[in-house]
Design a protein around this ligand. Sequence first.
Ligand code: ADP
Ligand code: ZN
Ligand code: ZN
Length: 740
Amino acid sequence: MSEYIEVAVALPIEETFTYRVPDALLPLAEPGKRVLVPFGSRKITGYILGNAIPSDHYEIKLILDILDDAPLFPESLIAFFKWISEYYLHPIGQVIQCALPKGLTLCDAAEIVLTDQGKTALSDSLNPLEQKVLKQLETGGVSLKTLIKKCNMTTSLIQLMQRRGWIVRQQKLKGAKRKRKTFKDPFGEPIEPDTAPILTTEQHEAVSRIMNSLKGFSGWLLAGVTGSGKTEVYMRLADAVIRQGLGVIVLVPEIALISQTERRFRARFGECVAVLHSSLSGGERYSQWRRIAQGQAKIAIGARSAVFAPFDKIGLIIVDEEHDSSYKQDNDLLYNARDLALVRAKLSDCPAILGSATPSIQTYYNTGIEKLTEINLNCRVQERPMPQISVVDLRKIRDFRGIRRFISPELHQAMSQTLSKGEQVLLFLNRRGFAAFPVCAECGASLRCEHCDISMTLHKGDNAYKCHFCGFTRSSGANCPTCGSYNIKFLGLGTERVEEAVKALFPQARVARMDRDTTSKKGALLNILKDLRLNKIDILVGTQMVAKGHDFPNITLVGIICADLTLNLPDFRAGEQTFQLLAQVSGRAGRGDAPGRVILQTYAPNHFSIVSAQAQDFKAFCQREIQSRQALSYPPFSRLIQLRISGQDAEQVREFADALGGICRELKKNASFFHAITILGPAESPISRIAGHYRWQILLKSTSSRLLHEFTRQLLAQKSALPHHRQILLTADVDPLFLA
Ligand code: ADP
Ligand code: ZN
Ligand code: ZN
């Protein structure tokens, strides 16, 4: 590299900086390594992006140290980081910081050991510092951190001694080394190597079509019904790609990590798989990252952040269950990994496959305008039938009292039949707790959180009312804060109440519950899944956690307690989310040899989300939904950027939002090309307060993404001119997924 380098710092600053590398460190400088640089009066970490052309307008400072002995990411990723920074309006240094594994400081846990060559060198004439270091090491390995402290060294001097062969650096990370060839799944069971089955006609067709397009960018929607064998298609293609020496990225939704995908790739590909996800320790994450960066691993499987996997050359990117909302990150860098998968595939000249049984509207729309090519898998493998879905109209049993109000006679009967055959039942309700709407029977006030504008939920097991947004808790013996009455009525059903009711209805059955309350402890979720697999559970009650990806052959009945809960959310995607959730949870039934059955209870049997879920017809749903999006000019017919405004003082937040809205209108008035932007708001957010922070929003809408970005950039640049700007957090959410 040249002596002048471009460095991005991990601070909220748009631009990159030029630094100079001292001669001694020049052989160590490489893009993708971290450097320690002087910044104002501080020393901070930055990332080398490449060579820089020095300008004589300002003084160029020297870097202090190079922190890594090998690049953390390949140079080919830098263009991707720059794209993300531009598109998501996020400083490049912070983009890189977000992309890198969190446990990174752990490389300081490396141990430095003296080599034979080093021992010989000790008797030569060395400079005093080198002498000091080697002497330290004579009695055994020392951690890098200690060495830097004791000898007043820099990381780069150590690296230089390493280059001379005097010392070696050993990673001393717990659990980082996997010596044995047998892998274990999260249940602790060994993963046996598998052999590829003979493909079905549909699978074969899908594989050969994509196989013919492995060169250059192409985008695919693999729309396959639940149980149609999409994973097998992914694995065949991955196999072909790694044989060409290229890397493969497989993205899976967060919760599916403990499901089959990782297990099946491991069984097929063994050692060359790296996994990146949140349940790994910092050290493990770092070591997986290094295996990818150094080319030892060829397939990276992980949740959304695996889209940043540091392969130099990529041959295929797969996004399984592409409709899943966990691909959107909702803090710091607000990116969508599904969208970024397509961007990275384009930059890498390789195919991207988005797979789902219930494709998102965005993705389905993209097949219509030929941005993606659609491939269908319409049959389950081994001719297993799709589950049969019957709808129960809850309006007909509205007058029933007690348990019978939400376990209809049809569902009750189907449960009895299923249990008598020794098969399992899954009951789904997308709301946890016992009662979501405690209301005072005297004055009618609802019990609300003190810090959020939202109803508290009664949790009987904990004897408490809880706020699901901030965790604020009150004793379940608390009285009405408005009139003081103790006469509280419980409206709004939650999973805890369903569990209680089911236990009363089927006293012999073994009932378990799976939601965020029962799985918050480490290992709890795994225990439930394990019990389910060992048939130690007869009835499982759960929230959307049960809908995703799990494959339990003995579940033959799925009961959807109330399908309407997500239908009425104040969000234009409510219908889409409801359809996906219902179709996915239905897909949990009948995955084994016995056929499956679904009973779907609803107050709105004619709503098209519900009708198309019953027919398991995602095309019918998408076509209808696309029409209504077009009528309202919502995505995919327009692009959105949501400006989120929050702060602790209600008045300040309102004033700031007003002023920001004023600037929006000003900008639009002054530049004719901004006329194509629609400004909605400022308005109080649907949930107007969370954890003591008042929330307002402005929604910007346009058919031109470029225009919308330019507008927002100009807007954000004026933040410091607005009242109370130091007290207010302003973020721009590009392509927001949840508008609440
Ligand atoms: P999907 O991801 O589409 O829901 P899976 O990939 O999980 O479906 O496949 C469902 C089941 O069928 C898995 O147990 C898988 O091992 C099996 N399977 C997939 N393809 C075949 C095939 N060609 N022959 C036999 N079994 C298959
Ligand atoms: Zn009251
Ligand atoms: Zn709260």
